[in-house]
Design a protein around this ligand. Sequence first.
Ligand SMILES: [Zn+2]
Length: 334
Amino acid sequence: MIKVFSVRLGSTKVPFGQFYGGLDGWRGMQAVYRFATDKKHFIIVPIHAYLIDHPEEGLILVDAGINWQQTHEHGDYYRGIAHYLFDEDEYQLSREEELPAALARLGYRAEDVRKVVATHLHEDHIGGLSYLPNAELVISKDEWTNRHWKLFGFLPMVYQPSLEAARKITTIDYDAGAHQNFAASHDLTADGTVKVLPTPGHTPGHLCVLVQLDGYQLLITGDTLYTLRHLANDDVQAFGAGDWVPNQNASIRQIAELRRRIPELILAPGHDHSDYQFKHLAPGLAKGGLTPEERAAIRAYEETVFTAGGRLHPEAVPRYLPGTGADHVGRVSG
Ligand SMILES: [Zn+2]
C-alpha cells in the first residue's frame, strides 16, 4: 500500500505581503521593491515536503526543503544578487529538522530516496538535494528550460549552486495525456498511482503531484498553494512578478475544479502555517496516511474556511497581527 508522509524541513521568514498581498499591490516591480524593503511585517512559515513510499518504486520525495548551509552560513552560501536581496535569517533549520534526521524519524534513510520531484526550483524546495546522494531530480521541462531566466533581467529564478547538488536530472514533458480537467499529465509510477500535473504560474514550470491512496487522493501543491486558504484566489493571492502571474491564478482555478470533480481530494500545500496543516494534515500524515475519520475532520475544517461557493468566510481572511518583538515577526489571524 502506498504511504505518504508530511515532512517538516525548517521554516522561512517572509513578509506578510509575499504570502497574502497579491490583491494588495504586491505585483510586478512593486512586489520586488516591497519584498526588499518591507522589514516590519514578517511572518515565519514552515517548509513542508512530502515523502511517498511506493510498494514497487520505492521512496519518492516531493520537494527537498532547505539545508544547513543555506540556513546557518547564509551570507557565505549566497553570492551575487541573492546575497543582498535575502536576509541573513531568512531560514530556520534545527538539527532535528534536517532532512536525514526527519526521514530517520519515519524509519527511512536519505540514501534510499530514489527520486526527488521538485515542484519548482526555488531555494526552499531544492536545498535538501545535497542530503540525497542517490536520488534523481525530476522537474518539468518548462522549469528546466527557464532555469536561467531572470526576473526583470536581474533576479535569477534559480540559484545554480543549489541545483548543481542534483546527481542526475530528468525532465518530464507530460506525455500521458489528459487527466480529469488537466489537458496533460505524466505518470511517475508504472501503476498510475502517482501523477504529475502541470500548474505553471509561481514559476514557469511549476508542477503538482497527485497520489491515489486508499479511498482518497492527495494533491501535493507546492507553492501553487502556499496554504489551503490560497485556493480562494478571489479573496487572497500570493505576491507575483513576471509573465506567469496570470497562469498562477489559472492553475489555482484548475485545482479548485479538480477538487469539485474529486470530492475525496485532500490538498497538501507547501507552506501552510495554520491549524489545517498542524492539527489535521500533519498528524494524519505522520503515520503515512489519513483515516476516514481524519478526512471527515478535514472536511469539517474546510467548511469553517470556505463558503459553499468557494470563497473565504470573512473570519477566515488572513490578517496580519503584529508581534511585540524588535524582529517585527507577527502572526496571521485565523
Ligand atoms: Zn516555497
